[in-house]
Design a protein around this ligand. Structure first.
Ligand code: SAH
Length: 211
């Protein structure tokens, strides 16, 4: 199997040029084999800085966006992280390398099942999976140090804000379709401090689950 070395080197250069400077994030992107998270016919594009289709009308995010979201989370090795929208499992794999445990929720069962299989094959063992509606969060495992929503929400679900620890950070694409922005929320003692980071494009959060 090819290891995509020149393509990886080029992607890392692009990310550095776009101000992704955290060595552990760059190293995670270099190490996690993105080609294994996308359909076989797209393997040649695995290390392009582009989002790609993963079936079921869903996409794996652009590496730059994965890096920006991960960087904005300011992760520590001790953190427990909740991810909404497992998709291919790629973002979960990056988070798992930089935190203690990732709890990942996906509403489409087939995506969750294949992500779990893939991540187990890669011997990434600090991820817990659940087929469920992300808008409700994961109350049994709450509160979380960090929460990342990888689908667009028009408003951040209250259940997720409730499940964030004090001092915790949540990152999400928020807004109407085509006008969403990456928003960083920090939970302070007195409430939530919100900051808009940049315009982005994401698939929407959908209600309920699908077998
Ligand atoms: N993080 C993924 C990309 C996710 S794309 C990766 O690295 O590949 C967004 C995902 O959110 C899709 O898989 C979609 O099915 C899921 N999603 C949408 N609405 C959801 C909901 N209410 N609960 C859980 N997952 C949801």
């Amino acid at each position: 199997m090819s290891s995509f070395l020149p393509q990886k080197a080029k992607l890392l250069m692009t990310l550095r040029a776009q101000a992704i400077m955290q060595a552990d994030i760059l190293s995670a992107i270099e190490t996690v084999p993105r080609e294994l998270f996308i359909p076989e016919n797209l393997h040649a594009h695995a290390y392009e800085n582009a989002s790609l289709p993963i079936g079921y009308k869903q996409t794996i995010s652009q590496p730059y966006i994965v890096a920006v979201m991960t960087q904005s989370l300011e992760l520590k090795k001790t953190h427990r992280v909740l991810e909404i929208g497992t998709g291919s499992g790629y973002q979960a794999a990056i988070l798992a390398r930089l935190s203690r445990r990732v709890y990942t929720l996906e509403r489409l069962r087939p995506l969750m099942v294949s992500a779990e299989k893939r991540l187990k094959t890669l011997q990434i063992s600090n991820i817990t999976y659940r087929h469920g509606d992300g808008a409700k969060g994961w109350p049994e495992a709450a509160p979380f140090d960090r929460i990342i929503i990888t689908c667009r929400v028009t408003e951040i679900p209250t259940a997720l804000l409730d499940q964030l620890k004090e001092g915790g950070i949540l990152i999400a694409p928020v807004g109407p379709s085509g006008k969403e922005e990456l928003v960083r929320v920090k939970r302070e003692a007195e409430g939530f401090e919100k900051k808009s980071l940049m315009p982005v494009r994401f698939v929407p959060m959908l209600a309920g689950t699908q077998a």
